[in-house]
Design a protein around this ligand. Structure first.
Ligand code: NAD
Length: 354
């Protein structure tokens, strides 16, 4: 499997984003986001997304250098319509504004509507926690065929609808929960299909609603659906992500006409902890909670107790040292997508050489 140092993958992603039409700042933002997703272990949201973004660009469903529309700016309420702008920039800039507002007023509720795919939601949690803020986000996925079958249903009806919650610590995000509400993210089914390996039990149903481990139908033919994590509870959270981000926040809903892109909307809260209380006392409380949980006995069959965000930090440390593996199919697809933009093999290879 080709393995790349992070700066080489950054150069590849940056080159493709530039050729897609993004200005320098946007291309930097997109490439940085994608490589960080790879570093954190979420290849589903890393550079492997680029071929889909190129396709969305060609279909007019992703708009580089978009100017977002401020729909409402009323104290602690911010509503921003991204108008299918490049999601990694749209979301980061919207969260930046929400952080500024939270610094002023103590908290901000941000409704970001209708962005092209915003990627790994944890990135925005990290952005908020780096500024000393707590962060929550309900996110929906629309414009694509509905990929998640709610509890007891044999048909996809909502997206993989991620939820994120993050609090700052003394050394970066103390706790960062960032998850799809499906057992596995859709991109992980794509990665399994590309690698020719099965998906785990309980992750997928086929066109008839029966359990399956084979991602082929889902990825190649768009049949079947992903299952929610945690039975009816995960399904309920997925439904509320849909409601909060779309019906409440005003973004595109899963029941509305799908053009075949990926549209994310996000209802987020940002709380400046220095306005809420004593940040040192809050940090101490977080640390005490972590210590309390880690002090539990390790259950049979497990090696250790990890807290939300730890697997990603460990992955980042390992991949910074050892490089990021990109499976052969994904690497082929990235090169092929780049070629459709007029990027030559030599240019890609030069970027990939770091
Ligand atoms: P995952 O299942 O790998 O991890 C989910 C959460 O569980 C993380 O917070 C992680 O730190 C924690 N975790 C993992 N293993 C753990 C362990 N052993 N002990 C304790 N905690 C543990 O993530 P996922 O659900 O596959 O999501 C992957 C990514 O996909 C996320 O970054 C998410 O934002 C992204 N996503 C994006 C969209 C979109 O439309 N933009 C849609 C769905 C998912």
């Amino acid at each position: 499997m080709p393995t790349f140092p992070p700066n080489a993958l950054f150069a590849v992603a940056h080159l493709i984003a530039r050729r897609m039409g993004s200005n320098e700042a946007e291309a930097q933002r997109v490439a940085d986001h994608l490589v960080r997703a790879n570093l954190s272990g979420h290849d589903s949201h890393g550079v492997g997304m680029l071929p889909a973004y190129v396709q969305m660009l060609k279909d007019g469903l992703l708009v580089p250098n978009q100017t977002p529309e401020t729909v409402l700016d009323a104290g602690a309420l911010l509503v921003i319509d991204a108008r299918r702008g490049y999601g990694q920039r749209m979301a980061a800039e919207a969260v930046e504004r929400a952080i500024e507002r939270a610094k002023e007023l103590g908290a901000c509720v941000l409704a970001l509507r209708n962005s092209a795919h915003i990627g790994r939601i944890g990135t925005y949690g990290e952005q908020a926690t780096a500024a000393g803020c707590a962060f929550t986000a309900f996110v929906n996925v629309a414009d694509i065929w509905p990929q998640q079958a709610p509890w007891a249903s044999a048909d996809g009806r909502v997206g993989t609808n991620p939820f994120c919650a993050a609090v700052p610590g003394t050394d970066g995000p103390a706790l960062l929960l960032d998850m799809a509400t499906t057992t596995i993210a859709a991109g992980k089914a794509r990665v399994a299909y590309n690698k020719g390996v099965p998906v785990p039990d309980g992750a997928l149903i086929d066109a008839h609603g029966a359990p399956t481990n084979d991602p082929t139908g889902f990825i190649r033919d768009r049949t079947g659906a992903l299952l929610s994590f945690g039975r009816h509870k995960g399904s309920g959270l997925a439904v509320m992500c849909e409601i909060m981000a779309a019906a409440v926040g005003g973004g595109q809903r899963a029941d509305q006409d799908a053009k075949g892109g990926v549209v994310n909307s996000m209802l987020a809260t940002v709380i400046d902890l220095s306005k809420l209380g004593d940040p040192a006392a809050i940090a101490q409380g977080i640390e005490a909670t972590k210590t309390h949980i880690r002090a539990a006995r390790v259950a049979p069959g497990f090696e250790q107790i990890l807290l939300p965000g730890e697997p990603e930090r460990r992955s980042a440390a390992r991949r910074k040292a050892e490089g990021i593996e990109v499976d052969a199919t994904t690497w082929h697809d990235i090169r092929a997508a780049a070629e459709t933009l007029g990027v030559t093999r030599a240019e890609i290879d030069q970027a990939a050489a770091g």
